[in-house]
Write a protein that binds this ligand. Sequence first.
Ligand SMILES: [Zn+2]
Length: 284
Amino acid sequence: MVNPAQTSATTEIPPSRRVAKRLAFVLDDVRPKTVGDVVLAYHRVGARTPSPVDMSASMFERQMAHLRAAHDVMTLDELDAYHRFGKHSRQFGVVVTFDDGTADFVDVALPILARYAIPVTLYLATGPVDSQRNFPANGVPVSWSALRDALSTGLVTIGAHTHTHRMLDRCSLAEATAEIDTCIARIEDELGVTPTHFAYPKAVASDERGRGVDALVRDRFDTAAIAGTRTNVRGATDRWRLHRSPIQNADLWEGFRRKVDGGMQTEDDVRRVINLVRYRGKTA
Ligand SMILES: [Zn+2]
């Protein structure tokens, strides 16, 4: 008998993405892994929306149980300390992070994290929490009072993720400054903590035009996260370019295990190839 939950989860994943994932597994087997700390990026838990990053509560619980049993789970502050002060005594760790600030973080994810005593950093976009207007793909924002309750668990670190989730490579330095400083101020006002960690919206940190956004982020925060699906090697990592491995429904269990072990570094390359093939099909 096939597990019905598993079947529906599989059929919801587009075929192209499944092919990409399968190819990534094959390449992952032959590619040597770099040893370092892994930062996981989650978005939503509870499967309330059709988003490819809205995971079922049961899958999330299975993943957290695995982290607690088989890995050294640490906070972002701990990871930062290991990187800054060269403390190499502890084994390489895994950090759990969430993006945006949707209601399911407190309602669904946090009780599971608490069950396994797993610390978490939530990168919060403060604008939607203020306005209570949905994030894209029906993401209902969390409330400030729910976040205050979440902080009282002692497991939650609040990081910054801009005020309106604006991509900072597409705005002026003045706009980027307002996005970041408003986010910091709102978190300080409502939660009484100052965020020291930052995640670039859409994981884009491009600052090639030298507008000073990069310097601004380095000045305001201890760390900043981008994408990358690769490990953060101690002694060889820019703290303001922390790589995160996004966990998606399409990963299923195997992809999750590989990402936690520092693998799947070629996934983005494979996805690019698949997109090329897709484009070719469309123009023909
Ligand atoms: Zn985000």
